[in-house]
Design a protein around this ligand. Structure first.
Ligand code: SF4
Length: 404
């Protein structure tokens, strides 16, 4: 049977690069304070989407940013319409939109819900005024609460993104943040350690000594607290940074029936509110991608668009390709990539699925490294497959590169 890698993508990502301002730690593809570009962006998006030639059926659709909900209502409506023009939503689809609490009006939520969006990922980061200020976020805790309430009046599936390891943040404060997030009863939580990326103002401030990174041990304790506290609150830890409620734990709203994968993301009953779109990436399945900086993976070929929004718009509107990078992965490279992506998931990498997906035997490809990591205690070999241990999760980035 053909590998799902070569099946037609059943997932699509649309990048929306607009934000009110750039937060000091952020190195995402975006333009801040350039709302004047939105009309051209929409025209370019329409052109790039037309490369699909015909509407495609997808199981997952994801609008990421930037801040997709920063678009004013009329332009947000136009983007939702474009998505409907080019994508047919499969039964039991998941359509996620990233949103920020500030400016998430009832009108925008209504537009999203009426268009069929059924999952919101809310960039909360913290409920603490000092942490939010340091991160240069433009919302306050009270904005989170009101935005959450407004979303919940229309949509069940709401996830929150949180950041730990922020200079000045204590372990106690982080645990309070987790507690406050849990009390809102979201379906999903993502907890990310703050990183200092080259080119950001946080990077420069750290270099100059005006911003102090927290010691590794404190960050480690914070990650450990996320795992313990969220497990105690009934969240399943399913990926290094991601936690989801099980079906039925949040309320009685109807939940999608499970499907089984033939090039589609696995959506088994126990998976509850895991983000199905992100699982497409971690399961090394194909996906479409549109917009500045967007990546796609089709027929074993990785491509990504120009990261500069103005360059991408100019190129696409003048009839050129928005592509900045194209890489056809050799089979072994593809297999190793699938292995490291798969290891991000707490379910790990199953030997049978790995062979079906990549054509490689897991042990022939990486047996020696698996044995080494098992001996160190970073990886657990459970017979049907391998996965990171709790110890391995703390050093996941280091373990994962050993398999490349
Ligand atoms: S709101 Fe999010 S995407 Fe926009 S600048 Fe801040 S961190 Fe980056």
């Amino acid at each position: 049977m053909t590998s799902p890698i070569f099946a037609e993508p059943r997932a699509a990502y649309l990048h929306v690069p607009f934000c009110a301002h750039r937060c000091g730690y952020c190195d995402f593809t975006l333009v801040a304070g350039r709302d004047d570009l939105a009309a051209d962006y929409l025209r370019a998006m329409s052109v790039e989407l037309s490369s699909l030639e015909r509407p495609r059926e997808v199981e997952t659709l994801f609008f990421g940013g930037g801040t997709p909900t920063h678009l004013p209502p009329q332009q947000l409506a136009a983007l939702l319409e474009l998505a409907h023009e080019w994508f047919r939503l499969a039964p039991n689809y998941e359509w996620s939109v990233e949103a920020n609490p500030f400016g998430l009006t009832e009108e925008k939520i209504r537009l999203l819900a009426d268009a069929g969006v059924n999952r919101i990922s809310l960039g909360v980061q913290s409920f603490d005024a000092d942490v939010l200020k340091l991160l240069e976020r433009d919302h306050r805790a009270v904005d989170v609460l009101s935005a959450f309430e407004r979303i919940r009046s229309r949509l069940e599936n709401v996830g929150l993104d949180l950041i730990f390891g922020v200079p000045g943040q204590s372990l106690d404060l982080w645990r309070r943040t987790l507690q406050q997030a849990v009390e809102l009863r979201p379906t999903h939580l993502s907890t990310y350690g703050l990183t200092f990326e080259k080119g950001t103002t946080f990077w420069t401030r750290r270099e100059k000594g005006t911003l102090c990174q927290l010691p590794d041990e404190v960050e480690r304790d914070m990650y450990s607290a996320s795992m313990d506290d969220l497990a105690a609150a009934g969240f399943e830890h399913y990926e290094i940074s991601n936690f989801a409620k099980a079906v039925g734990q949040v309320s009685n709203l109807p939940i999608a029936e499970p499907t089984f994968n033939h090039g589609q993301v696995e959506n088994l009953p126990h998976e509850g509110f895991r983000c199905r779109h992100n699982q497409v990436y971690w399961q090394a399945l194909p996906y479409f991608g549109f917009g500045p900086g967007a990546a796609r993976y089709i027929n074993g070929v990785r491509e990504s668009n120009h990261r500069s929004t103005t360059t991408w718009i100019k190129r696409v509107l003048s009839g050129q390709s928005g592509l900045a990078m194209r890489e056809e992965l050799p089979p072994e490279h593809r297999a190793r990539e699938a292995l490291v992506l798969g290891l991000r998931q707490l379910d790990g990498v199953r030997r049978d699925r790995f062979r079906h997906l990549t054509g490689f035997d897991l042990d022939e490809l990486a047996g020696a490294e698996i044995a080494r990591q098992v001996a160190i205690g970073n990886v657990d070999d459970f017979g049907h497959g391998i996965r990171l241990t709790r110890q391995g999760l703390f050093v996941a980035d280091h373990v994962i590169v050993e398999f490349l």
